[in-house]
Structures are given as C-alpha cells and as structure tokens.
Design a binder for this molecule. Sequence first.
Ligand code: AP5
Length: 213
Amino acid sequence: MILILMGPPGAGKGTQAKQLVDKYGIPQLSTGDMLRAARRSGSDLGNKVAAIMDSGKLVSDEIVIALIEEKFDAGDAKEGAILDGFPRTPAQAEALDAMLDAKGRKVDAVLSIHVSDEDVVRRNSGRRTCPVDGASYHLEFKPPKREGLCDHDGAALVHREDDMPDKIRVRLEAYHRDTAPVLAYFEPKGLVKTVDGTGSIAEVFARLTGAIG
Ligand code: AP5
C-alpha cells in the first residue's frame, strides 16, 4: 500500500503518519525528516538545504526526488509506504508516478488533511520538536510530560526556525502555490480523499483510517 499524506504545513501529517505506521506496519517516508537528518549530520546535502528550509521555501525537486528514489531502491518501501511531505510539486508527482510505474507499482490513495490557514498558524507557532529524535509536541494540544523536555530522551525541545510567524507565511504561500496543484494532478485518477483535520488527533486518525478503508 502506498499512501500519500498531504496538507498544509502543520496540518498534522507527521503526527498522523506515526500512528498510521503502527496500524498498517508500513514505514513513514518524510522528506522533511530526511532533510533535517541531513542537516544534523552536517553532510554536504544538509549544508546545501539548511538556509532554504529555514526560509520556508521548497528545496529543489531534484534533491527530494533523489532522496525518495534512494529509499525505494534500498527496499525501504517494499511492503508499502506512507509518503509524508512528498510529492509537493506537480513535477515531484510526475517523477513519483514514473518511478513507481517502472517498478510495476502505483499510488493507492492520496489523503489530503484539510485545516484552515488560521489553524496552520496556531499549530506551527505552538509546535516544539526534539532535536534528537524529531518527536513533535504542541504547547497547548500535545504538551510533553515534563515542560520543555522530550518524553523519549529528555532533550530540550526547540522551536523550529521555520515555525516562526514570518516563515509560516512563506510556507503557506508555497503550499497554496506549488503543492495544492498536486491534488489537481491526482484528482482525475480518483485517488484523492479529503479529510477534515480539525478536532483531536484521535478524531483525525479515525477519519483517516475510515477513508483508507
Ligand atoms: P516538512 O517537515 O515536510 O514540513 P511541513 O509540510 O511544513 O509539515 P510539518 O512537518 O511542519 O507539519 P505536519 O503537517 O507534519 O504537522 P505536525 O504533525 O508536526 O518540510 C519542512 C521543509 O523541508 C519544507 O519547508 C521544505 O523546505 C523542505 N521540504 C520537505 N519536503 C519537501 C519536498 N517534497 N519538496 C521540497 N521541499 C521539501 O503537527 C503540527 C503541530 O500541530 C504539532 O505541534 C502537533 O502536535 C499539532 N497537532 C497535530 N495534529 C493536531 C490536532 N488534530 N489538533 C491540535 N494540534 C495538532
């Protein structure tokens, strides 16, 4: 099963993907997480993308397509995958289809999590993440057990640079301009299922699993 999770920045894609991984036993492939891991490692790729990510703009199609292809070629998605944050432009969607086609595989569903721009701002500005394992919390909606510290490893939580208000605006613009057309790409294939992303994390999860069927 190959699922694509779409939605504006902070819609809850990462939060939901982790629960879908547990339910369906297939891995989450998040291009955002891959890029952040590259940054943490100090690799050439990480250094190249750091400023772009902090600005809220999209990294080039070539880079993210190569990251996803590498995962598929390594067999990470042999049982299926939950693609989180990819594809994000029509060119990425076409490249994904071409890659899957060459492997005799296809996308099974595109789950679009809908939340308003106001909710995007609230969710991103209250998000705190663990710099060690990437776990995501929210000051109001999903606070850690100990204030400011990751539940898993006790690391001090950070406010992501691209979660600052001016960067959230840039990311929202990129979403509406570059990523919303990806839904139009998959729509004629009958793959898009739109899910209301408001309400509790559990409520959104129930809607998503209902849509997957
Ligand atoms: P990426 O990491 O993919 O960022 P994003 O799409 O902006 O999405 P986020 O990870 O910020 O949010 P999310 O939807 O996963 O929400 P979350 O679950 O954390 O990409 C970062 C950057 O990398 C991009 O800007 C770009 O530069 C680059 N990049 C990545 N992929 C790329 C690509 N394919 N092409 C080009 N560039 C690429 O939830 C958010 C907050 O809300 C959390 O605090 C959470 O606890 C809370 N929350 C979640 N659900 C709920 C709920 N139901 N109610 C209340 N709060 C909730």
